[in-house]
Design a protein around this ligand. Structure first.
Ligand code: PRX
Length: 646
C-alpha cells in the first residue's frame, strides 16, 4: 500500500522552519487541551485589534452557531495594509503577471493602500456602505485586489464570481445576494484568447432589476457597449477620488464575504465568512503551512473567484506583509513551461497549485521543467483534489528537485483555510496523504451510522470542534447551513468527504461521498448540470455522474433521456453542451453524453447513480445488486451503448 513510502523532513528545511516536529506536537496538544487560551494568543500575535474580545468562542453545532472573538473590533484592511506602511510601505505587495509574458507590473504596500482608499471613496460616493453586497466579476488583474480590499475597508460584503462563469450563473449569484453594485472588466485574456466579461454582465443585468451600478475596469481597452446612467468608468472615478478613507470599525463577527459553492442539491450556496476569525485563520495557516518568511516571493496560482484565491492569494499573504503574485494566465501558454518561467522571472520561493495542473504539465514531459532553473523555490503546495502519488512524485522530484517539501493541503470553501496538511519543517511526507491536522483541528472518522472509529479506519470525515476560519452561515438561508453541515451527524461538522486514517495517524482523503464533482479542482454539483440539460425542450430527463479522468481528476458523463420520438444526434449534443456552457460554465461541459432511453431506477423512482458511475468508469464486472431496479434490462442497454469520453 502506498502508505509505506515515507519522505522524512528535509533537514535544511527543518533547521530554519518556524515549526519543527517537536514544536508541532507541543503546539497541537496545547491547541486541543486549551483552545481558548491557544486561539487568544494567536489572535494577539497575528492581528491588530481596535478593541479586544470579551470572550473567545461560543458555539452550538446542532444549531449551526459559531462565534469567535466575541466583542472584538478590527478592520481587515488595517491588518493587510495600514499596519505595514511604517515598516514595509515600499515593499512590493503584489506582483502582477499577465497572460502575455511581456505584461507585468507591481504595486507596493503604500500604493495598494492609496488605491484601496480611493476606490473605497468611489464606492461610498455611489452610496455603498457597511453590510451592502458587492458583486465582483473580474479576471486576475491587480485592480481585483484593490476593489476587494476596498469592500473590506468600508464594511461592504464582497461576493466574487469566478470570471469563467456564464452570464446566467452570474445572474443567479447577483440575485441571491441582492447585489446592487458590481465591478467587472471590459474583457480579459486567457491563454491568448479574449473573454467578453462586460458582455456577460450586460446579459445578466437584464434580469437583475436592482443592479444599479456597474464599474468597468479597462483591461484590453477594446470598445464595449456602454449603458449610460448605470456604467461607471473605474479610471475616471479613481482620478477624482480622495486618498484618505477611514477604515470602518467592524465586529469580529461582521460578514466579510459571501462565496458561492456547489453542493449535492439545488443551486450553489452563498457560504458566508466573517471578519476576525477568518483573517486570523488565513494568516496563521499561510505562515505555518508554507513556512512563509519575510522577503519571500509567494505564488498561489488560484483564481480570486475561488476560496483559495481569497485566503491564499490575498488575505493570508497580505495580512502577513508578504509579496504575493497574481497570475492572469494559464499553465500552458505560450508554452507548457510558463509556471517555471514565471518562478525564475520573479524568483518565487513558495508555489501553490492544483493537481490537475501538475498532471497536465507532467504529461508534457520533463524537458519543459528542466530548461528552467527554479533554484529560488523552497516549498511546493497542492490543493483542490486528491493528488495521486505519481503526480506528487513528479512534482517533488522534477519541479522541486527533491529539495522542496510538498504540502498537500486539504480544505474547503466552507473551512476558510487549510485544515489537514503537512508543515514543511515538521511533517514527514507520504505521497497522496494530506497527513496531519493543523493546530486546533480535530478530525474524526465515522462509520455510516455516525459512530466514531478509532485507530486505523476508513469512513466519513468530520470535524468535532470549531476553528476560527469556519463558515458561519449560508447567506439568506441559515437552515440550509444547518441541514447541509450539522444535521446528518449531530455534534459534528460534516465535510462531505471520505477519508482513511493509517497506522501513523495520517489522513488520506478518498474524495466526495455525495453528488459533488471535482473537475480540474473545480467543484460542481451534478444537479446544476442536470438542470441545464433538461432545459432543452427535447430532453425528458438527465443524470450526470463523475468518472476517473487522467488529467482533470474527474470527468463529466451525462446520461440523457430524450422525449419520445426524438432521435439523438451530434447537433443535439452540441446544443446540450451549449446549454451547459450558458447556464453554468465551460468548465462544466460533459466529456460524454449517452442517449439513454431509460435510466436505472428503483421501484420508488430513485435513480441508482452507483450503477451509472460504474458504467461511466467502464467497470462492468461489478455492477452490484440490480435486483431492486424497476426494470433491470435498462442496465444491459446502457452498458451496450457506453460512450468513449472525448
Ligand atoms: O473533496 C475535497 C476537495 O475539494 C473539496 C472542496 O472544494 P472547494 O470548496 O472548491 O475548495 C477547494 C479548495 C480548498 C473538498 O471537499 N479537496 C480539496 N483539497 C483537497 C481535496 N481533496 C483531497 N486532497 C486535497 N488536498
Amino acid at each position: 500500500m502506498s502508505d509505506q513510502k515515507l519522505y522524512p523532513v528535509i533537514p535544511a528545511i527543518a533547521a530554519s522552519a518556524h515549526i519543527d516536529t517537536d514544536r508541532y506536537h507541543e503546539m497541537y496538544r496545547r491547541s486541543i487541551d486549551d483552545p481558548e487560551a491557544f486561539w487568544s494568543e494567536q489572535a494577539e500575535q497575528f492581528l491588530d485589534w481596535e478593541r479586544r474580545w470579551d470572550s473567545v468562542l461560543a458555539h452550538d453545532y446542532p444549531r449551526g452557531e459559531i462565534q469567535w472573538f466575541i466583542g472584538g473590533k478590527l478592520n481587515v484592511t488595517v491588518n493587510c495594509l495600514d499596519r505595514h506602511l511604517a515598516t514595509r510601505g515600499d515593499q512590493i505587495a503584489i506582483i502582477w503577471e499577465g497572460d502575455d509574458p511581456s505584461h507585468h507590473s507591481t504595486l507596493t504596500y503604500r500604493e495598494l493602500h492609496r488605491q484601496v482608499c480611493k476606490f473605497a471613496n468611489v464606492m461610498k460616493s455611489q452610496g455603498v456602505g457597511k453590510g451592502d453586497r458587492v458583486c465582483i466579476y473580474l479576471p486576475m488583474i491587480a485592480e481585483a485586489a484593490v476593489v476587494i480590499l476596498a469592500c473590506a475597508r468600508i464594511g461592504a460584503i464582497h461576493s466574487i464570481v469566478f470570471g469563467g462563469f456564464s452570464a446566467d450563473a452570474l445572474r443567479d449569484r447577483i440575485l441571491d445576494a441582492d447585489c446592487r453594485f458590481l465591478i467587472c472588466a471590459d474583457e480579459s485574456y486567457r491563454g491568448g484568447k479574449i473573454v467578453h466579461s462586460k458582455l456577460n454582465v450586460d446579459k445578466a443585468a437584464k434580469q437583475c432589476p436592482n443592479l444599479r451600478t456597474v464599474v468597468v475596469i479597462k483591461h484590453t481597452g477594446h470598445d464595449i457597449p456602454w449603458s449610460n446612467g448605470r456604467d461607471v468608468c473605474y479610471h475616471e472615478a479613481m482620478q477624482s477620488a480622495d486618498e484618505t478613507c477611514e477604515p470602518e470599525l467592524m465586529d469580529a463577527e461582521d460578514p466579510l464575504f459571501i462565496l458561492y459553492t456547489s453542493g449535492s442539491t439545488g443551486l450553489p450556496k452563498g457560504v458566508l465568512h466573517t471578519t476576525g476569525g477568518y483573517l486570523l485563520y488565513a494568516a496563521m495557516t499561510h505562515k505555518y503551512v508554507f513556512d512563509y518568511r519575510e522577503g519571500d516571493v509567494y505564488w498561489c496560482t488560484a483564481d480570486i473567484g475561488w476560496i483559495t484565491g481569497h485566503s491564499y492569494v490575498l488575505y493570508g499573504p497580505l495580512c502577513n506583509g508578504a509579496t504575493t503574485l497574481m497570475f492572469e494566465g494559464v499553465p500552458t501558454y505560450p508554452e507548457p513551461d510558463r509556471f517555471w518561467q514565471v518562478i525564475d522571472k520573479h524568483r518565487g520561493n513558495i508555489f501553490y497549485t492544483a493537481p490537475t495542473a501538475i498532471r497536465a504539465l507532467m504529461a508534457q514531459g520533463d524537458a519543459y521543467v528542466q530548461r528552467t532553473g527554479r533554484d529560488s523555490l523552497r516549498v511546493l503546495g497542492s490543493v483542490g483534489e486528491p493528488i495521486n502519488p505519481e503526480a506528487w512524485e513528479w512534482y517533488y522530484r522534477v519541479v522541486g528537485d527533491q529539495r522542496c517539501p510538498v504540502v498537500d493541503t486539504w480544505w474547503q470553501t466552507e473551512t476558510g483555510g487549510i485544515l489537514i496538511t503537512p508543515l514543511p519543517g515538521a511533517t514527514a511526507l507520504k505521497p497522496g496523504s494530506a497527513t496531519l491536522p493543523f493546530f486546533g483541528i480535530q478530525p474524526a472518522i465515522l462509520d455510516p451510522e455516525g459512530h466514531p472509529l478509532d485507530g486505523e479506519a476508513e469512513g466519513i470525515l468530520v470535524l468535532t470542534f470549531p476553528w476560527p476560519g469556519q463558515a458561519r452561515s449560508v447567506y439568506g438561508d441559515h437552515q440550509r447551513f444547518v441541514d447541509t453541515y450539522f444535521s446528518k451527524f449531530p455534534g459534528y461538522y460534516f465535510a462531505g468527504d471520505g477519508a482513511r486514517r493509517d497506522a501513523d495517524g495520517y489522513y488520506w482523503i478518498t474524495g466526495r461521498i455525495d453528488d459533488v464533482l471535482n473537475v480540474s479542482g473545480h467543484r460542481l454539483g451534478t444537479a446544476e448540470i442536470e438542470s441545464a440539460l433538461v432545459l432543452h425542450d427535447q430532453v425528458a430527463e438527465a443524470a450526470v455522474v463523475g468518472f476517473p479522468h487522467p488529467i482533470k481528476g474527474q470527468g463529466i458523463y451525462a446520461y440523457v433521456t430524450l422525449n419520445v420520438g426524438v432521435e439523438g444526434n451530434e447537433t443535439l449534443k452540441a446544443e446540450l453542451k451549449n446549454l451547459v456552457r450558458e447556464e453554468v460554465s465551460a468548465i462544466a461541459l460533459p466529456d460524454a453524453i449517452q442517449w439513454s432511453p431509460g435510466l436505472p431506477k428503483t421501484r420508488s423512482g430513485k435513480i441508482m447513480r452507483r450503477i451509472l458511475r460504474k458504467i461511466a468508469a467502464n467497470e462492468f464486472s461489478d455492477l452490484g445488486d440490480t435486483s431492486t431496479l424497476a426494470d433491470p434490462a435498462v442496465v444491459e442497454q446502457l452498458v451496450a451503448n457506453r460512450q468513449h469520453p472525448s
